[in-house]
Design a protein around this ligand. Structure first.
Ligand SMILES: [Zn+2]
Length: 283
Protein backbone atom coordinates (compact mmCIF):
# COMPACT_ATOMS: atom_id res chain seq x y z
CA UNK A 1 0.00 0.00 0.00
CA UNK A 2 2.92 2.34 0.67
CA UNK A 3 3.98 1.97 -2.93
CA UNK A 4 0.53 2.96 -4.15
CA UNK A 5 0.50 5.99 -1.83
CA UNK A 6 3.90 7.11 -3.08
CA UNK A 7 2.78 6.73 -6.68
CA UNK A 8 -0.29 8.83 -6.10
CA UNK A 9 1.71 11.59 -4.44
CA UNK A 10 4.33 11.72 -7.14
CA UNK A 11 2.95 13.03 -10.45
CA UNK A 12 5.89 11.52 -12.35
CA UNK A 13 4.94 8.06 -11.16
CA UNK A 14 1.22 8.53 -11.61
CA UNK A 15 -0.34 6.00 -13.91
CA UNK A 16 -2.40 7.55 -16.73
CA UNK A 17 -5.00 4.85 -16.22
CA UNK A 18 -6.84 4.79 -12.89
CA UNK A 19 -5.72 2.03 -10.55
CA UNK A 20 -8.42 -0.66 -10.40
CA UNK A 21 -10.28 -0.67 -7.12
CA UNK A 22 -10.16 -3.86 -5.07
CA UNK A 23 -13.83 -4.79 -5.46
CA UNK A 24 -14.03 -4.39 -9.22
CA UNK A 25 -12.11 -7.57 -9.92
CA UNK A 26 -14.85 -9.35 -11.83
CA UNK A 27 -15.73 -6.23 -13.79
CA UNK A 28 -12.10 -5.84 -14.85
CA UNK A 29 -11.97 -9.53 -15.79
CA UNK A 30 -15.13 -9.11 -17.90
CA UNK A 31 -13.66 -6.09 -19.61
CA UNK A 32 -10.50 -8.04 -20.38
CA UNK A 33 -12.55 -10.83 -21.92
CA UNK A 34 -14.56 -8.37 -24.05
CA UNK A 35 -11.34 -6.69 -25.21
CA UNK A 36 -9.83 -10.07 -26.07
CA UNK A 37 -12.91 -10.90 -28.17
CA UNK A 38 -12.70 -7.56 -29.99
CA UNK A 39 -8.95 -8.08 -30.48
CA UNK A 40 -9.58 -11.46 -32.13
CA UNK A 41 -12.14 -9.81 -34.43
CA UNK A 42 -9.65 -6.99 -35.20
CA UNK A 43 -7.13 -9.51 -36.56
CA UNK A 44 -8.84 -9.86 -39.99
CA UNK A 45 -9.08 -6.10 -40.73
CA UNK A 46 -5.50 -5.96 -39.40
CA UNK A 47 -4.42 -8.33 -42.19
CA UNK A 48 -6.22 -6.17 -44.76
CA UNK A 49 -4.55 -3.05 -43.34
CA UNK A 50 -1.19 -4.85 -43.58
CA UNK A 51 -1.90 -5.64 -47.22
CA UNK A 52 -2.57 -1.93 -47.83
CA UNK A 53 0.66 -1.00 -46.02
CA UNK A 54 2.55 -3.25 -48.45
CA UNK A 55 1.18 -1.13 -51.28
CA UNK A 56 2.16 2.05 -49.40
CA UNK A 57 5.68 0.73 -48.73
CA UNK A 58 6.15 -0.33 -52.36
CA UNK A 59 4.82 2.84 -53.97
CA UNK A 60 5.45 5.85 -51.72
CA UNK A 61 9.27 5.75 -52.18
CA UNK A 62 8.69 5.61 -55.97
CA UNK A 63 6.25 8.55 -55.70
CA UNK A 64 3.46 6.52 -57.28
CA UNK A 65 -0.23 6.61 -56.42
CA UNK A 66 -1.30 4.22 -53.67
CA UNK A 67 -4.81 3.97 -55.20
CA UNK A 68 -4.17 3.22 -58.86
CA UNK A 69 -3.27 1.06 -60.74
CA UNK A 70 -4.21 -2.27 -59.08
CA UNK A 71 -1.36 -4.39 -57.66
CA UNK A 72 0.83 -6.15 -60.21
CA UNK A 73 3.73 -8.58 -60.04
CA UNK A 74 7.01 -6.64 -59.74
CA UNK A 75 8.67 -9.08 -62.19
CA UNK A 76 6.15 -9.85 -64.98
CA UNK A 77 3.85 -6.85 -64.33
CA UNK A 78 0.74 -8.98 -64.64
CA UNK A 79 -2.14 -7.76 -62.52
CA UNK A 80 -2.62 -9.71 -59.28
CA UNK A 81 -6.16 -11.08 -59.08
CA UNK A 82 -8.06 -10.72 -55.81
CA UNK A 83 -7.76 -14.44 -55.06
CA UNK A 84 -3.98 -14.18 -55.31
CA UNK A 85 -3.99 -11.13 -53.05
CA UNK A 86 -5.57 -12.57 -49.89
CA UNK A 87 -3.30 -11.67 -46.95
CA UNK A 88 -1.11 -14.58 -45.71
CA UNK A 89 -3.26 -17.24 -47.42
CA UNK A 90 -2.26 -16.41 -50.99
CA UNK A 91 1.41 -16.39 -50.06
CA UNK A 92 1.01 -19.85 -48.54
CA UNK A 93 -1.07 -21.23 -51.44
CA UNK A 94 1.33 -19.84 -54.08
CA UNK A 95 4.31 -20.96 -51.95
CA UNK A 96 5.77 -17.47 -52.16
CA UNK A 97 5.89 -17.31 -55.98
CA UNK A 98 4.04 -15.37 -58.69
CA UNK A 99 1.34 -17.55 -60.33
CA UNK A 100 2.49 -16.54 -63.82
CA UNK A 101 6.25 -16.02 -63.84
CA UNK A 102 7.20 -17.89 -60.64
CA UNK A 103 9.18 -14.87 -59.39
CA UNK A 104 9.73 -14.97 -55.63
CA UNK A 105 7.34 -12.84 -53.60
CA UNK A 106 9.50 -11.18 -50.92
CA UNK A 107 8.92 -12.61 -47.45
CA UNK A 108 8.48 -9.06 -46.19
CA UNK A 109 4.94 -9.00 -47.72
CA UNK A 110 3.34 -11.69 -45.53
CA UNK A 111 5.51 -10.49 -42.61
CA UNK A 112 4.06 -6.98 -42.89
CA UNK A 113 0.53 -8.43 -43.01
CA UNK A 114 1.06 -10.62 -39.95
CA UNK A 115 2.85 -7.95 -37.89
CA UNK A 116 0.18 -5.35 -38.71
CA UNK A 117 -2.63 -7.73 -37.71
CA UNK A 118 -0.89 -8.63 -34.44
CA UNK A 119 -0.28 -4.96 -33.63
CA UNK A 120 -3.87 -3.97 -34.40
CA UNK A 121 -5.17 -6.81 -32.20
CA UNK A 122 -2.68 -5.77 -29.52
CA UNK A 123 -3.95 -2.17 -29.57
CA UNK A 124 -7.55 -3.34 -29.08
CA UNK A 125 -6.50 -5.80 -26.36
CA UNK A 126 -4.54 -3.14 -24.48
CA UNK A 127 -6.77 -0.08 -24.94
CA UNK A 128 -10.23 -1.54 -25.69
CA UNK A 129 -12.46 -0.05 -28.34
CA UNK A 130 -11.40 3.54 -27.73
CA UNK A 131 -9.95 6.62 -29.38
CA UNK A 132 -6.68 5.72 -27.63
CA UNK A 133 -6.69 2.36 -29.43
CA UNK A 134 -7.42 4.05 -32.77
CA UNK A 135 -4.51 6.47 -32.34
CA UNK A 136 -2.24 3.62 -31.24
CA UNK A 137 -3.27 1.51 -34.26
CA UNK A 138 -2.66 4.44 -36.63
CA UNK A 139 0.77 4.95 -35.04
CA UNK A 140 1.58 1.23 -35.44
CA UNK A 141 0.52 1.29 -39.10
CA UNK A 142 2.85 4.24 -39.75
CA UNK A 143 5.70 2.41 -37.96
CA UNK A 144 5.21 -0.72 -40.08
CA UNK A 145 5.20 1.24 -43.36
CA UNK A 146 8.24 3.30 -42.33
CA UNK A 147 10.16 0.19 -41.22
CA UNK A 148 9.45 -1.69 -44.45
CA UNK A 149 10.57 1.33 -46.52
CA UNK A 150 13.68 1.96 -44.42
CA UNK A 151 14.74 -1.72 -44.72
CA UNK A 152 14.36 -1.65 -48.50
CA UNK A 153 15.37 1.90 -49.46
CA UNK A 154 17.26 3.25 -46.41
CA UNK A 155 14.97 6.28 -46.25
CA UNK A 156 12.22 7.41 -43.91
CA UNK A 157 9.79 9.32 -46.14
CA UNK A 158 8.59 12.73 -44.99
CA UNK A 159 5.35 12.07 -46.84
CA UNK A 160 4.42 9.46 -44.25
CA UNK A 161 6.11 10.70 -41.08
CA UNK A 162 5.12 14.38 -41.16
CA UNK A 163 1.35 14.01 -41.85
CA UNK A 164 1.21 11.11 -39.36
CA UNK A 165 2.86 13.32 -36.72
CA UNK A 166 0.25 16.05 -37.23
CA UNK A 167 -2.66 13.57 -37.04
CA UNK A 168 -1.31 11.82 -33.92
CA UNK A 169 -0.38 15.08 -32.17
CA UNK A 170 -3.83 16.62 -32.75
CA UNK A 171 -5.67 13.39 -31.80
CA UNK A 172 -3.68 12.80 -28.61
CA UNK A 173 -3.86 16.44 -27.50
CA UNK A 174 -7.64 16.46 -28.11
CA UNK A 175 -8.03 13.14 -26.28
CA UNK A 176 -5.88 14.13 -23.31
CA UNK A 177 -5.47 17.90 -23.12
CA UNK A 178 -1.86 18.34 -22.07
CA UNK A 179 1.37 19.80 -23.47
CA UNK A 180 2.96 16.37 -22.90
CA UNK A 181 2.52 15.16 -26.49
CA UNK A 182 4.06 18.19 -28.18
CA UNK A 183 6.84 18.39 -25.57
CA UNK A 184 7.70 14.71 -25.95
CA UNK A 185 7.84 15.13 -29.73
CA UNK A 186 10.30 18.04 -29.41
CA UNK A 187 12.42 16.45 -26.67
CA UNK A 188 12.53 13.05 -28.42
CA UNK A 189 13.59 14.45 -31.80
CA UNK A 190 15.93 16.95 -30.10
CA UNK A 191 17.67 14.04 -28.38
CA UNK A 192 18.17 12.18 -31.68
CA UNK A 193 19.23 15.41 -33.41
CA UNK A 194 21.97 15.87 -30.80
CA UNK A 195 23.01 12.23 -31.27
CA UNK A 196 23.04 12.66 -35.07
CA UNK A 197 25.24 15.76 -34.80
CA UNK A 198 27.70 13.99 -32.47
CA UNK A 199 27.77 10.78 -34.52
CA UNK A 200 26.60 11.59 -38.07
CA UNK A 201 27.25 8.07 -39.44
CA UNK A 202 24.84 6.56 -36.93
CA UNK A 203 21.54 8.01 -38.07
CA UNK A 204 19.93 10.42 -40.46
CA UNK A 205 17.44 13.27 -40.36
CA UNK A 206 14.71 10.75 -41.19
CA UNK A 207 15.26 9.16 -37.78
CA UNK A 208 15.10 12.60 -36.14
CA UNK A 209 11.71 13.24 -37.81
CA UNK A 210 10.49 9.77 -36.87
CA UNK A 211 11.21 10.68 -33.25
CA UNK A 212 8.76 13.61 -33.63
CA UNK A 213 6.02 11.10 -34.45
CA UNK A 214 7.13 8.81 -31.61
CA UNK A 215 6.97 11.62 -29.05
CA UNK A 216 3.56 12.79 -30.26
CA UNK A 217 2.23 9.24 -30.00
CA UNK A 218 3.94 8.07 -26.80
CA UNK A 219 4.29 11.15 -24.60
CA UNK A 220 6.79 10.66 -21.77
CA UNK A 221 7.38 6.99 -22.64
CA UNK A 222 9.20 8.14 -25.80
CA UNK A 223 12.24 7.94 -23.48
CA UNK A 224 11.65 4.17 -23.15
CA UNK A 225 11.19 3.84 -26.93
CA UNK A 226 14.49 5.61 -27.68
CA UNK A 227 16.43 3.59 -25.08
CA UNK A 228 15.00 0.22 -26.20
CA UNK A 229 15.50 1.18 -29.87
CA UNK A 230 19.15 2.13 -29.36
CA UNK A 231 19.87 -0.99 -27.31
CA UNK A 232 18.18 -3.20 -29.93
CA UNK A 233 20.18 -1.54 -32.73
CA UNK A 234 23.42 -2.38 -30.92
CA UNK A 235 22.83 -6.13 -31.37
CA UNK A 236 23.30 -6.25 -35.18
CA UNK A 237 26.02 -3.61 -34.81
CA UNK A 238 28.00 -5.89 -32.50
CA UNK A 239 27.37 -8.94 -34.74
CA UNK A 240 28.64 -7.04 -37.81
CA UNK A 241 31.67 -5.77 -35.90
CA UNK A 242 32.50 -9.32 -34.78
CA UNK A 243 32.15 -10.69 -38.31
CA UNK A 244 33.66 -7.94 -40.41
CA UNK A 245 35.82 -5.95 -37.99
CA UNK A 246 36.50 -2.35 -38.95
CA UNK A 247 34.68 -2.77 -42.27
CA UNK A 248 31.44 -3.08 -40.30
CA UNK A 249 31.37 0.68 -39.81
CA UNK A 250 30.60 1.18 -43.48
CA UNK A 251 27.71 -1.29 -43.48
CA UNK A 252 24.83 0.97 -42.69
CA UNK A 253 22.11 -0.57 -40.58
CA UNK A 254 18.75 1.19 -40.96
CA UNK A 255 17.82 2.65 -37.59
CA UNK A 256 14.10 3.15 -38.30
CA UNK A 257 12.99 -0.46 -37.68
CA UNK A 258 14.74 -0.42 -34.29
CA UNK A 259 13.04 2.84 -33.33
CA UNK A 260 9.79 1.13 -34.36
CA UNK A 261 10.53 -1.87 -32.11
CA UNK A 262 11.31 0.49 -29.23
CA UNK A 263 8.07 2.38 -29.95
CA UNK A 264 5.97 -0.78 -29.81
CA UNK A 265 7.58 -1.82 -26.50
CA UNK A 266 6.92 1.70 -25.14
CA UNK A 267 3.35 1.76 -26.44
CA UNK A 268 2.34 -1.42 -24.61
CA UNK A 269 4.73 -1.54 -21.62
CA UNK A 270 6.30 1.94 -21.49
CA UNK A 271 4.53 3.14 -18.35
CA UNK A 272 5.37 -0.08 -16.47
CA UNK A 273 9.02 0.15 -17.52
CA UNK A 274 9.18 3.85 -16.59
CA UNK A 275 7.61 3.18 -13.15
CA UNK A 276 10.00 0.32 -12.50
CA UNK A 277 12.98 2.44 -13.56
CA UNK A 278 11.98 5.47 -11.48
CA UNK A 279 11.28 3.19 -8.50
CA UNK A 280 14.83 1.77 -8.66
CA UNK A 281 16.23 5.33 -8.74
CA UNK A 282 14.37 6.06 -5.51
CA UNK A 283 15.71 3.04 -3.63
ZN1 LIG B 1 5.06 -12.43 -62.09
Amino acid sequence: MQVVAAMELNPLLRSPRPLPSLNSGTEAADKKRVNAAFAAVAFAPGLALGSFLNVVAARVPLRRSIVRPPSACMACEREIKWYDNVPLLSYAVLRGRCRHCQARIPLVYPAVELVTALLLAGCVLAFGLSVEAAVAAFFCAALVAVSAIDLEHRIIPNRIVLPATVVVLVANTARDLSPEWALAALVGSGFLLAAALVYPAGMGMGDVKLALLMGAALGRTVSVALMVGMLAAMIPGIVLLARHGSKARKMGIPFGPFLAIGSVVALFWGHDILHAYLATLRN
